[in-house]
Design a protein. Sequence first.
Length: 375
Amino acid sequence: MSANVRKEIPLSMPVIGEREVQYVMDCLRSTWISSAGEYIERFESAFAAVAGTKHAVSCSNGTAALHLALLGLGVKPDDEVLVPALSFVATANAVVYCGGKPVFVDVDRDIWCMDPSLIEARITPKTRAIITVHLRGHPSDMEAILSIARRHNLFVIEDAAQAHGAQAWGRPVGSIGDIGTFSFFGNKMLTTGEGGMVTTNDDQVAHKIRLLKNQGMTRERRYWHPVVGYNYRLTNIQAAIGVAQVERLPVQLSRHREVARQYQEYLADVPGLSFQKERDWAKHAWWQFVAVVNDEFGANRDTVISALQESGIDARRLYFPMHQLPPYEGQTRDQRFPVAEYLSDRGVCLPTWSGLEPEDIQYICRKFETCRSAH
Ligand SMILES: *Cc1c(COP(=O)(O)O)cnc(C)c1O
């Protein structure tokens, strides 16, 4: 193929196969299309097995999962919750839904997750929990975070929305802290269109979350609502897709790992680029690959992104660090988050999905490299 042929390469692509279609059709034919039905339980138990937890509670999305996790642990108005400065905004917003205050902690420059060495300086008498995000699929340093949390009597929530199947010291994410949350949005490693899951080994917390996600109604007594709850239920149709998706996890993980390996191989000799590292205790899920465009590269992030976009490659910037967003900037004026800012200013998210061919990755890497000489 000529080098001038333009390809259209999306950032991500869900994998939907015959099994998803078959299970959804089964739902439709059975008329069990709402939030009761056998696929809900099948999805929850299959996911609990993958996450290595006693309980997995399905819910409507990953943001609802975070909200339920915080409520399940008893986070209440005026509580402070530590969150990494670099994440998708839902991580901080869920704290605000509880009337709490997110307190930002900068991230580690190698693995891009919350930097444990900066946690203690942010703890106050009001701190109640830590939400750590396994960013891009790399697990957080759970040993360090848990030991700090134990010392200060804090709960630990793992936001594993980007990290299905990742492991730290051989343990699946979502099973290491007090509670784990997952998203099944369309661009995540596993998807149900929209969807979420909360994982925990704690019977009482799981029970409370089940109550809260279903309008606060007890299972024992219909229309008896001891607490104010929410409608955060997943549908049987979504769960049917989820049952088929969970079966794909091992293949998804090995494909994403292979895509990330090829990016690193083809971009290895390009000066000025760096990548997220994988610690020896970690099994990275490689949800979505990011190249960091350092100053030595010779072109900045925006130049690279527009050049890639012009070549039909859907490359994107990383998130803004949350302390720069209007709802949160006021409270953090005197604080610095240099690593989150550095990564946010220079990170380019590259297409990562299981059907990506080596030729596509070579094409993307060639276009990436030519940005240097063009400027
Ligand atoms: C996707 C994501 C969420 C939110 O999940 P939704 O299902 O979109 O609500 C939360 N946290 C992180 C880190 C995410 O990537």
